[in-house]
Design a protein around this ligand. Sequence first.
Ligand SMILES: [Zn+2]
Length: 147
Amino acid sequence: MSIFKSSYKVICAFCKLNHRVYKKNGISALDAFLLLAVSGLFSFLIWGTADPRSLAIFALLIVIGHIFYRIRWRESVKCPHCGFDPVLYKRAPEEAAQKVKAFLSSRKDNPQYLLRPQPRIQPIIIPREEALVAKMNAKAPQVDIQV
Ligand SMILES: [Zn+2]
């Protein structure tokens, strides 16, 4: 992993395929310094001298930059192959599972994914006896007998 690269490879915990994730998820000190210089430049272009109103421009640029980096990082964390979102999984595992199911069902019908790497999802194998018992329990009628 190089210090000059803006992203690094990760392996998806769900489908075991790799994808790239951006390193930055917010504004760094260097970015803040550059935005301060840009806001100072705007101050000289607009008012002709250093003006405290340029601090409002600086704050606006910081907020916009931080939102941009955060959205970019958040979208890169999601797996492009299976739709697994580890950030959402830490917060709400059931919701993450529903999103993966929806992504995989939409992927199944989309011809764009035919030549892409296929997710290596291990099937859940249930022994025959357990499957039969679960099926019988699901089909068993619930009858209330009143005497
Ligand atoms: Zn994945």
